[in-house]
Design a protein around this ligand. Structure first.
Ligand SMILES: [Mg+2]
Length: 347
C-alpha cells in the first residue's frame, strides 16, 4: 500500500499575529490576547516576545502580568480572526479539497493524490507558507508526514515559521527518539506514570508489551502501543465544502418584463459580492442566474457570460412575469465537478 502524505498547517501565535499585523506598534513588545486580570481572564495566545518571559496560553492573565509586567494585553476580536481564518482555509482548498480544520488557525490536509508540485510535500509546504504570508501577512508552520499524529508533531518541531518533513523511511528513527510527552493524549499525569516505569522516550516505551500497556493504561494503552511505533490510521475528514454562494429576492409584486429584471440585477450582484467577501472564498469559477416565473416554474442558467446576458437568456425560457430572482456563483472549478445539466432543478 502506498503511504499517505498528510500536512498539518498551523499559524504561529495566530490571534497575536493578527494583532501585530494590524498594529505595527505591537510588533516589538510582549503581547498577549486574552481576558483582563480584573475579570480573572486567561491568556488565549501570546507572541514570542511574551513567551520569552514564560507567558503561555491558558495561563491566568494575573500570573502572566506578574511574569511580564510590561505585557501588552489585547481583548480578542474573533470576527477579525475568523475573516483571516477563512482566507487561509480558502488557500488550503486551492491545494486539495481534503482539508480538515481543527480550529481557526490549524488544519490537516491530505495531499496523497495532489499532483501539483510534482507531488512533493516539501514544495507544497513551501508554497502554502509563502502564499499565506503574502496574502494574509501571517506565518504558518507546516509539518508533513505519513499520518496525522506525526504531521502535527512535525508542524511544532521548528515553530515559528517552520517546515518539517518526516519521510516514511525516517519515521521509525524519528519516533524512537521522541519524548513520550510529545504523544497526543500524554499529559503531565501520564508522562509522570511512564517516567516512574523508567520510560522517557518512545524507544523505551516500545519495550513494554501490548498487554502491559493495556493493563496500565486501559484502552489508551493500545493507542500508546501504536503511537510509539509511529502508527496512526486516522483519516483526514474534510469539512463539507460549500459548493455555491447565492442571494435571491422574492418580489412583493411580480416583475412584468425583462427590463425590470435587468434593473433588479445590480442590487442582487452587490449583495452577492458582499457575501462572497465575508466568506473569504477563492474566486468563483461559474455564475448562475435563477428565475422563478409567476406560474412557479423555475429555471437556472449557469455560465461565465456577463450577468445581463445570463439574465436575458434565463428570462427568455419563460418570457413571463417573475416572482423571484437569484444570482450565485459555484465555488469549485468546473473540472472538479461532474458535468452539470444546463437546467438545474434547484441550485
Ligand atoms: Mg497555532
Amino acid at each position: 500500500m502506498a503511504s499517505r502524505k498528510i500536512l498539518h498547517a498551523d499559524c504561529d501565535c495566530f490571534y497575536a499575529a493578527v494583532e501585530m499585523r494590524d498594529d505595527p506598534n505591537l510588533r516589538q513588545v510582549p503581547l498577549a490576547v486574552g481576558g483582563s486580570h480584573e475579570r480573572r481572564g486567561v491568556i488565549a495566545t501570546c507572541n514570542y516576545a511574551a513567551r520569552a518571559f514564560g507567558v503561555r496560553s491558558a495561563m491566568p492573565t494575573a500570573r502572566a502580568r506578574r511574569l511580564c509586567p510590561e505585557l501588552v494585553l489585547r481583548a480578542p476580536d474573533f470576527e477579525r480572526y475568523r475573516a483571516v481564518s477563512r482566507e487561509i482555509l480558502a488557500l488550503f482548498h486551492e491545494l486539495t479539497p481534503r482539508v480538515e480544520p481543527l480550529s481557526l488557525d490549524e488544519a490537516y490536509l491530505d495531499i496523497s493524490s495532489v499532483t501539483r508540485f510534482q507531488g512533493s510535500a516539501t514544495w507544497m509546504g513551501q508554497w502554502l507558507k509563502a502564499e499565506c504570508l503574502a496574502r494574509t501577512g501571517i506565518t504558518l508552520s507546516v509539518g508533513a508526514a505519513p499520518n496525522k499524529f506525526l504531521a502535527k508533531v512535525a508542524s511544532d518541531w521548528e515553530k515559528p515559521d517552520g517546515l518539517t518533513v518526516i519521510r516514511p523511511e525516517a519515521v521509525d528513527a524519528f519516533v524512537a527518539a521522541l519524548p513520550v510527552d510529545r504523544l497526543p493524549g500524554v499529559g503531565p499525569a501520564t508522562a509522570a506514570r511512564l517516567e516512574a516505569l523508567g520510560i522517557d522516550r518512545c524507544e523505551t516505551l516500545r519495550a513494554l508489551p501490548r498487554e502491559a500497556l493495556i493493563e496500565q493504561f486501559g484502552k489508551f494503552g493500545q493507542r500508546l502501543f501504536e503511537l510509539c511505533r509511529g502508527q496512526d490510521e486516522r483519516e483526514v475528514r474534510p469539512q463539507r465544502e460549500r459548493k455555491s454562494v447565492s442571494v435571491e429576492t422574492t418580489f412583493p409584486r411580480d416583475l412584468p418584463d425583462l427590463a425590470s429584471c435587468q434593473a433588479a440585477l445590480p442590487e442582487l450582484v452587490a449583495r452577492l459580492e458582499a457575501r462572497l467577501a465575508r466568506h473569504g472564498h477563492p474566486p468563483p469559477s461559474h455564475a448562475f442566474v435563477k428565475v422563478r416565473f409567476n406560474d412557479f416554474s423555475l429555471t437556472t442558467l449557469e455560465g461565465s457570460a456577463p450577468w445581463e446576458s445570463l439574465m436575458s437568456q434565463a428570462w427568455g425560457r419563460g418570457a413571463r412575469p417573475v416572482r423571484l430572482l437569484g444570482v450565485g456563483v459555484r465555488l469549485r472549478p468546473p473540472e472538479a465537478r461532474r458535468q452539470l445539466p444546463l437546467f438545474d432543478e434547484a441550485p
